[in-house]
Design a protein around this ligand. Sequence first.
Ligand SMILES: Cc1ncc(COP(=O)(O)O)c(C=O)c1O
Length: 407
Amino acid sequence: MTTLHPFLAHRLIGTGTSVFSEMSALAAKHHAINLGQGFPDFPGPPWIKAAAEEAIAGDINQYAIAHGAPVLRQALAAHYSPRLGRDLDPNRDVVVTSGATEAIFASVLGLVNPGDEVVIFEPFYDSYVPSIDFAGGVPRYVPLRQPDADHAEWWYDAAELEAACGPRTKLILVNTPHNPTGKVFTRAELQHIAGLAQRWNTLVLSDEVYEYLTFDDAEHISIATLPGMWERTLTVSSAGKTFSLTGWKIGWVIAPPSLNAATRGTHQFIVFCSATPLQAGIAAALSLADDHGYYDQFRTEYSQRRDVLLAALADAGLPAFAPRGTYFALADIRHLPYIDDVAFCRALTVEAGVTAIPPTAFYSEGHRELGRHLARFAFCKRVETLEEAAHRLHRWASPTAQAAGKC
Ligand SMILES: Cc1ncc(COP(=O)(O)O)c(C=O)c1O
C-alpha cells in the first residue's frame, strides 16, 4: 500500500480494500448471484419511501439539527422507551447518525483515548477495528467458538473474556444478533458482560442493527435493560436492516447524555447532520410500522428466506449453522479440497455462479485460523433469487460437475 499510495496517512496502512468490494467485483465479472454483501435485492416498503418523497416535495431539504431532526428523535424516543424500559427524552437521550457505521465510529472516536483498550468478539463487523485504530485504541479480541458437543450455539469462553478485560478497558463492544455467526447473546451471557463492565468500570457499545431479525424462540435482549447498565451503555441501531433501506444510512445512538455527548461531539464534525428528508421517512417508518403489521411480516418473510438458503446449502453438501438471528448463515467447508475460505469463495463464484464472503476477513491475525473453514452466505434476497442460487449450487455439487473437475 505504501508504494502504491505514498501519500496515505499511516493510519490507513493495512486497511486495504474491503473484502466486500473484491468479492462483489468478482461476482459482477462472472454474473454470479451475490450472496456476499448484506443488502436486500428487494425494495423497501412503499409507505416509507412515500414519506421521504413527501418530505422532499415539501422542502424538508436543508440541514437538520446536528443530533437529529426533532420528528425522528421523537419517534425514536417513543419507539425505544418501552423496549428499553425507561422514559427516553428525545432531546437528551437520542442522537441520529449516518447509519450504524457512523454511530460506532463517532462514539469510539469520542470515547477512546490512545492506549485505551476495547474488547471485541470475533468474528467482527469490519468497521470495528479501523474505528478503534483511528482513535489510537487497542483492540482486545475474544473469539466466539462454534457449536460443539457441549454447546448447542455459538459461545465464548468466559475465562477468555475475563482475561481480556482489565483496568485499561474503556469499552466492550457487543453485537447481538451477531454478524456473521447469527448468534443471539443470551441473558446469562449479557449479565456476565454487564458484571465485567461494572467490575472494571467500563462502557458497553451494543450494536443491535439486527434487533428485529431473530428466529424461532430466540429473544433479543438489549444489554442496556440489565440492572445498572443504562448508565454505561450506548445502544446503536439503524433503519437499514429493519426497513430494507440500507442505502439511506440513517442510524442512531440511544444513551444517557453523559455518554452520547461523545457521539454528538464527533458527529458534528464528521457529517454535521444526516439527510433531513430521509430522517422524516424513518420517523414515519417507526410511527406506522405497527399499524402495517410490519415487524411480524418482516420476521416471517426472513424465516422463509433462511429456510430456503439452509436447504440449498445442505443439498449442495455445504452444511450451515442455523442462525438464531441476522440474515447471514455460515457454512462449514472443511471437508472440501480448498486451501482456505478465500479460495473457496473465489472458486464458488467462478464455478457455481454464487458468491459468498470469506470470514477470515472478520478475524484478527492471531485467530484467522478459526475462519478458514467457513463461508458466509446472506439471505436478504428475494425467494426467487435464493431458489436460483439453490439451483446453481445443486448443479455445481452434482457428480457430473465434480467429474468435470470443478474443484
Ligand atoms: C453488525 C453490523 N453493524 C453495523 C452495520 C452497518 O450498518 P449501517 O448500514 O446502518 O451503517 C452492519 C451492516 O452490515 C452490520 O452488519
